[in-house]
Design a protein around this ligand. Structure first.
Ligand code: NDP
Ligand code: 2IT
Length: 449
């Protein structure tokens, strides 16, 4: 195992986020390999950590001033053992190969956990949609799809949204795909409702993450009722996490963006959440504007010189990190536990750094890693694909019911897989083992490809 990690590090020494995601999986699946020598013989670890295909391309576009800009586009087609590549597109200036490979790697196991037939992929660009006009975003998306279209398809690779890619971007991307291929197919998920989208897809990641938290509490005879919750981010995942926590009787006291965070001791209720949704989704403003409207809240500017994030240093029972990778470091993890937090459900992908994960596990927290807790988003993407294929639409209730069932099943899979390897209650091991076994068994069935 250490040999494989050393080889991966030597081959791509700068890909820290990818190494981090791989290391966690390799460590937790070790007992599975010990028990199943045929896996090692078939070099499954070497194969599962190498993408099937990596596509990198130039994305030239013109801004509103007539200046030519050039960004870099990517699609990582990581693993197609159990279905076509499936996973989001991220538009953020930090995007690089390391970040997309970590996300694609996580996606493979997450998608397997949903029980739907989806392989894993991820893509995106270092394009920053912040401060760009709708026309600039449209021209960028059109240029991006002018290359990407030849690599994707409804039975090949089905992208969706992630950070910086929401309904607006999916619309522009879909329009260009349709024009180039002269085909109206379910090649993207997260589409708008009147042209192929699924009800509940916008809500799915946040709702699913709260359903998972509720399942973990259920095991202990507890619930979210009356619990104080910290939520980070204020985008798609954060918004619907807050909506579901409120519905389940919890109280959310924080939200953030990359500029800072708000702390509202009285709780972010439905009316305040509606304000945040308009602020973020329509006006595309900053979370600092929350205190202009609700002066009882406190805004704290982000400070990169601090060794910890003050958002994670408030009295609370539960935390739902819903912004980005490595947003909780070892010090934040200690602060959370010292403030009474007993449950972490990850809406974001890999928001906890390895020291934080170790701390949560050592302190026996109810800790749900992203690949289990945030799988509701891609699960409803899978349901969107099913509806597109049937050319039918399910009701809100029908999709929500399926989502709840899928989250319950993922929770059960994690518990059963962790128990089978004597790590009961360790959701990290459970999620990794549950997803890994399904993927590598399919790979073995299909021979050396
Ligand atoms: P959005 O773009 O809608 O929102 C992202 C939020 O996180 C914004 O508030 C953003 O602030 C903040 N954020 C992003 N990058 C940083 C950063 N480097 N530092 C601080 N804050 C940051 O994205 P989503 O809500 O869709 O995604 C959030 C997380 O959830 C990501 O980790 C994503 O991979 C994960 N996820 C998303 C799914 C989905 O269906 N959308 C499914 C599963 C996981 P700002 O506006 O200032 O950039
Ligand atoms: O990280 C994720 O699971 C997503 N961004 C959603 C992927 C999808 O295909 O819906």
């Amino acid at each position: 195992m250490t040999d494989i990690l050393q080889t991966i590090k030597a081959r791509d020494p700068e890909q820290n986020e990818f190494h981090q995601a791989v290391q966690e999986v390799l460590e937790t699946v070790q007992p599975v390999l010990d028990r199943n020598p045929e896996y090692r013989q078939a070099a499954v670890l070497e194969r599962v950590t190498e993408p099937e295909r990596v596509i990198m391309f130039r994305v030239p576009w013109m801004d509103d001033q007539g200046q030519v800009k050039v960004n870099r586009g990517f699609r990582i087609q990581m693993n197609s053992a159990i279905g076509p590549y499936k996973g989001g597109l991220r538009f953020h200036p930090s995007v690089n190969l390391s970040i997309l490979k970590f996300l694609a790697f996580e996606q493979v196991f997450k998608n397997a956990l949903t029980t739907l037939s989806m392989g894993g992929g991820k893509g995106g660009s270092d394009f920053d949609p912040k401060g760009k006009s709708d026309n600039e975003v449209m021209r960028f998306c059109q240029s991006f799809m002018t290359e990407l279209f030849r690599h994707i398809g409804p039975d090949t690779d089905i992208p969706a949204g992630d950070i910086g890619v929401g309904a607006r971007e999916i619309g522009y991307l879909f329009g260009m795909y349709k024009r180039l291929k002269n085909e109206f197919t379910g090649v993207l998920t997260g589409k708008s409702l009147n042209w192929g989208g699924s009800l509940i897809r916008p809500e799915a990641t946040g709702y699913g993450c709260v359903y998972f938290a509720s399942e973990m509490l259920n095991v202990q005879g507890d619930s979210l009722e009356g619990k104080t919750c910290l939520v980070s981010g204020s985008g798609n995942v954060a918004q619907y996490t807050v909506e579901k926590i409120i519905e389940m009787g919890g109280k959310v006291v924080t939200l953030s963006d990359s500029s800072g965070y708000v702390y509202d001791e009285e709780g972010i209720d439905q009316e305040k959440l509606a304000f945040v949704m308009r602020l973020k989704n329509i006006r595309r403003g900053r979370i600092s504007e929350y205190i202009d409207k609700y002066s009882e809240a406190v805004y704290t500017e982000a400070d990169s010189t601090l060794e910890y994030n003050p958002l994670w240093n408030h009295k609370a029972d539960c935390a739902f990190p819903s912004a980005t990778q490595n947003e909780i470091n070892g010090k934040d993890a200690r602060n959370l536990v010292n403030n009474g937090v007993k449950l972490i459900s990850e809406g974001a992908n890999m928001p906890s750094a390895p020291e934080a994960v170790d701390f949560f596990l050592d302190h026996k927290l109810l800790y749900a890693p992203g690949k289990a807790a945030n799988a509701g988003g891609v699960a409803v993407s899978g349901l969107e694909m099913a509806q597109n294929s049937m050319r039918l639409k399910w009701t809100r209730e029908e999709v929500d019911e399926r989502l709840q069932l899928i989250m319950k099943n993922i929770h059960k899979t994690c518990l059963e897989a962790s128990a089978e390897y004597d790590m009961e209650g360790n959701y990290v091991a459970g999620a990794n083992i549950g997803g890994f076994v399904k993927v590598v068994n399919a790979m073995l069935d299909q021979g050396l490809v």
